[in-house]
Design a protein around this ligand. Sequence first.
Ligand SMILES: C[S@@+](CC[C@H](N)C(=O)[O-])C[C@H]1O[C@@H](n2cnc3c(N)ncnc32)[C@H](O)[C@@H]1O
Length: 294
Amino acid sequence: MSGYRDPLRPGRQLYLARALRAAAVDPFEGVEKAREKLAAQYERARHGGTLAPPPGTYRVEAGWEQRLHELCGEAWPCPLAGEFSRLWSDIVETMSRRGLRVGRQNYGGDDDGDPGLVRATWCLTRHLPATTIVETGVGHGVTSRGVLEALLANGAGHLWSIDLPPLTISARTPEIGVAVPGDLREGDLRASWSYVRGSSRRRLPALLRELGEIDLFVHDSRHSTRNVLFECERAFAALRPGGFLVVDDLDGNRGFTRFISRQPQADWIVAEADDQQRCFGLARKRASPKHRNG
Ligand SMILES: C[S@@+](CC[C@H](N)C(=O)[O-])C[C@H]1O[C@@H](n2cnc3c(N)ncnc32)[C@H](O)[C@@H]1O
């Protein structure tokens, strides 16, 4: 998030040394980071110094959860609501046992999944039901935990999580995926999880080629226009009809609005996070591209 400085970030010289070393060890990721920075500078210059979409770009839907359930052909109020409430309490407890809260700017400048985002992802995994799921951006693993628990309850499925950890802030490494307890990571084969290290630019295309078709995609990695557009276009092409994209933090970049404006085959909803600080998007792939959103 702009203006925020990670308290674990080293001083300027050590930071630069680590950034250069990381780029030397892995030139692809080094060049990719530079491209992202250049794209953001260009975007700021074109849009009066801001990366955010113009006010009014998104109309938040007050009844987003009901609409989501309608799109899935499921009953509303959700009969599984109590199950999710208990899961959320468990997630908060897992984090607190590790001395962590759940919230915004909690993994450096990055946010943990908001309960609304995790609930939407959990509900989609339970209701579709989704068996082949890809997410980008693990951080503490709050969204990963939600999906894995839903897979466990469904009794089938696999989650692939693409994640590029902060290369210059090694002190964050032990925190990766801490919201997912050991028994879910290693024990139960029904809820299997693959951690795929690297940027989505590098890992997503090959992973999607390997998987062929996916049921659900969750974006929670780098929230730039360039990256969101890239991930949405690639993932949507791999989505089965009736499958969904979930895209966090729409309000800080133009990626989702550009994706939607070019995509005639999506029904989409803009939802507000439970803490009302940010919003996220949900897009379902229609069976046929004939009708646009009304
Ligand atoms: C907002 S956090 C994810 C929060 C997580 N979903 C949760 O609920 O706890 C963003 C994560 O994306 C990672 N990341 C940043 N840029 C990335 C990229 N280009 N590709 C993949 N992961 C990236 C960050 O290191 C961080 O782990």
